[in-house]
Design a protein around this ligand. Sequence first.
Ligand code: C5P
Length: 397
Amino acid sequence: MSSLTNKQILLGVTGGIAAYKSAELVRRLQDLGAEVRVIMTAAAQQFITPLTMQALSGNPVHTQLLDPEAEAGMGHIELARWADLLLVAPASADFIARLVNGAGDDLLTTVCLATAAPICLAPAMNQAMWKSPATQANLAQLTGRNIVCFGPAEGSQACGDVGPGRMLEASELAHLTAGRFATGLLAGKSVVITAGPTREAIDPVRYISNHSSGKMGYALAAAARDAGAKVTIISGPCNLATPEHCTRIDVESAREMHQASLDALAGCDVFIASAAVADYRPATVAEQKIKKTGRDSMTIELVKNPDIVAAVAASEPRPFTVGFAAETSDVVHYARDKLVRKKLDAVIANDVSRTDIGFNSDQNAVTIITADGETTLPQASKSQLARELIAYLAKLI
Ligand code: C5P
């Protein structure tokens, strides 16, 4: 079953009477779990107000390309990066023509040029305009660029004509959108993903941990599920909803994560270690809360935790094993060292010294390192990047 859980859908609305259905479409996309932001062209605002779309989406509506306020917050490049998928509904004949020509004279066309996310169109126009050789030639060009058309449907039109050109209904568009995320690349595979931080207890109330949010691991889980895999997340403590249809095993410490990972290996085809596992834990855990009275300083002895991903890579039979390398300098160099030392099939390297990507950010950029070479995936939302990573790993497997 396709879902849009954790997916960020940018809805472009262009000028056509079917724009009244776009309001409903926001709701239907949300029903499937999507967060929705809306861009409206000037013509769209003649048919339906930005206020309606703002109230329904729960986000400000974007209408201007050159808007100093928007540029400080969500300007065209941020919107282009934010989107996991850009759906233009309705897509008018004029918008389609401008898209074909690579126009960038308003916000929506500019975002279309700037986004790496898939673009889907729900055309809506008079049947004669739809059938016109110009529109058909334009659509053929867009198909060649992997831009997908949903519909249009046939039937009676607002202008009184009957024929092709009606925009599909909102619920059908929402399901077609969700279907774009289902790739089948890992159909029948079992994938185990560690995610989030671990907590290493000092005493009953204190622990050592790190800033990992778990977002990248959870995005990978959703992407692997969309690719048809059976997914288990072994999760350290984090405040994220479990992606639908994924199994989640909650753990706290590295040793619990280690045990849960080994227990999950039977039948596991792919193991992805995205968790930020604490390298060390206190040698002893105080039974009672440690008191500060009479202490000006304190020393905690730490001992090494088991290396989970290395243990998985050394198991027999071993799954295709992927590690992460979160580094602050010499990222690729250290990642390659991990690939060899831990005997991994691939390492996903990211630079956590940058505040715009990495730990708590919704964005990331990574380099995938294998014995055969390196591939860099540029900055994108973690869910978009997760899909690209899963597609890449599926090819390696
Ligand atoms: O050794 P380092 O922590 O830099 O390696 C990072 C990779 O190893 C990540 O994939 C992380 O999930 C994994 N790891 C692990 N167990 C540890 C430490 C790291 O699985 N104890």
